[in-house]
Design a binder for this molecule. Structure first.
Ligand SMILES: [Zn+2]
Length: 499
């Protein structure tokens, strides 16, 4: 009588990599004996010295936990499926549910995959959300409602009008106040039975390990590369699973890193892209609904990890396209040469992630520009040898100097807005020349080489690339407006709408 046995990811290396195997057995004891006979290396991972199943191993027949039944006496019938599920908490946690909590979670308690035992695991469990923004909002709301006993949130931001389109933890009345205040209020209202820890700090290499150490699962809701690598490395160093999500425009990604022997973020992306290559949501936009979906996927993974149930996204990258309404899945493998989770890791403590990701300000601006230029070069132009020697590098100009220059007038300079037309429709500085960045390689000859070219975009990243590009094309007097039109709106024209 062939019975299908599911082998969990961490035990697969001891079973020749098999995820399922068909074996004969009349009862669970006989089946496990057949399993360890076929894969002898499994035995010491399943059994203690005295022959009992190890504490962190649960055995299910179909959906039923038979840990507390005598293994040998649990009969099997044709078509039964046996799953070996390692639990992360190990045994029922030592917490109780009150009468109110039992009523609140009743739809969980009646599910065989949860039950009172699972709900106690959620209550005993803890998760740290990095960011109370687009991804952190739905995660926090659902994890609080689901009864995860302790939810930590790291954020130091203030609610802005432009957040409300997607960051549903916060409301219009919260604009101007700390995100953690509105988060705490909202979550306490959803579920007064849980503990909410707020950490109003910027996550850094100095505080990450101390902050993460106290939580079972870390959920990465960040929107920038330095923090994403920092979260990854801290999770690997501490051995914590990382429920990951990221969003841009209409597309999202989700996975679980460093869990069940699976890969980490650096196995997937050993190094960050050059600065400016991948725009942020603030630069490129994001569909407000998108983080709802991706954040709920992350929250689902957190709950499954705490319950020790189901098949996680470890080893898989889920890709979602809202415009096409498609989900795709890529297999991820742990990279034995990974600098942080590989066999000979070179990253054994947290590093300077701003410098690692080449964020402007972390190194001299000329170096940053050179990196930016490399990207422009690869993407848009093939530079001829020897030209570099004659390059006059662009310099920065601040918005108040620009405003004075424009006020004074004169035709010795051109202010070049390199944003897209739909951005210009929201706001623009009067009297600028407008060529979208993507058209610059074809249209830069329209610009007068005798004049000073002052480039600006939304925040200064794209225009810095354009400025470098122009310098390499032989323009001798190019400037980049620091902070872009957002700085202009802040300091020169507060009436200007922003985005
Ligand atoms: Zn790795």
């Amino acid at each position: 009588m062939a019975i299908k046995v599911f082998i969990p990811t961490p035990l697969r290396p001891f079973a020749d990599g098999a995820s399922t195997v068909e074996l004969d057995g009349r009862d669970v004891g006989g089946l496990l004996t057949a399993l360890t006979a076929r894969f002898p290396k499994l035995a010491k991972h399943l059994y203690q010295e005295d022959g009992e199943l190890r504490n962190f191993v649960n055995v299910y027949v179909n959906a039923e936990d038979i840990r507390n039944l005598a293994l040998r006496d649990t009969p099997l019938a044709p078509g039964d499926e046996v799953s070996i599920v390692p639990s992360i908490a190990g045994g029922a946690p030592d917490v109780d549910l009150s009468k109110e909590e039992i009523a609140r979670y009743s739809r969980h308690l009646i599910m065989p995959e949860v039950t009172i035992d699972g709900q106690k695991r959620l209550k005993a469990g803890s998760v740290l959300l990095v960011g109370a923004g687009g991804l952190g909002s739905p995660m926090a709301l659902y994890l609080a409602a689901a009864g995860v006993g302790r939810i930590g949130i790291i954020d130091f931001d203030v609610v802005d009008h432009s957040n409300l389109q997607r960051q549903i933890l916060h409301g219009t009345a919260d604009v101007g106040s700390a995100k953690l205040d509105s988060a705490r209020r909202r979550l306490a209202d959803i579920n007064p039975h849980i503990q909410i820890d707020t950490h109003e700090v910027r996550l850094t290499s100095e505080n990450a390990l101390a902050l993460f150490r106290d939580y079972d699962v870390i959920a990465d809701g960040t929107d920038n590369f330095p923090t994403r690598y920092l979260v990854n490395d801290a999770c690997v160093l501490l051995g914590k699973p990382n429920a990951y999500g990221s969003i841009f425009r209409f597309e999202g990604q989700a996975s679980v890193f460093h869990h069940e022997g699976g890969p980490c973020y650096r196995c997937l992306y050993p190094e960050p892209p050059p600065p400016g290559l991948v725009p942020s949501c603030a630069e490129g936009g994001v569909l407000g609904i998108l983080p709802g979906l991706i954040g709920v996927i992350q929250a689902t993974e957190v709950v499954k990890i705490l319950l020790g149930k189901g098949r996680s996204l470890a080893g898989r990258l889920l890709l979602y396209d809202a415009l096409e309404m498609t989900f795709r899945e890529l297999k991820l493998r742990r990279d034995p040469a990974c600098p942080v989770c590989g066999e000979n890791p070179t990253v054994t403590e947290l590093i300077d992630y701003e410098a690692f990701c080449g964020v402007p300000g972390a190194q001299s601006s000329q170096e940053t520009n050179r990196e930016v230029f490399k990207m422009v070069e690869e993407q848009e132009t093939a530079l001829q040898d020897g030209q570099e020697a004659e390059v006059v590098f662009p310099t920065d100009i601040d918005v108040s100097t620009l405003a004075e220059r424009m006020q004074a007038g004169g035709n010795g300079f051109v202010v070049l807005d390199v944003r897209d037309p739909h951005e210009i429709a929201i706001c623009a500085i009067e009297g600028t020349t407008r060529i979208p960045m993507v058209e610059i390689p074809q249209r830069f000859e329209e610009l007068d080489r005798e004049k000073e070219i002052i480039c600006h975009c939304k925040m200064g990243a794209r225009s810095a690339q354009v400025a470098m590009f122009l310098a390499y094309q032989g323009f001798k007097n190019v400037k980049n407006v620091q902070g872009g039109i957002l700085a202009w709106a802040r300091e020169i024209d507060p009436e200007m709408p922003t985005y």
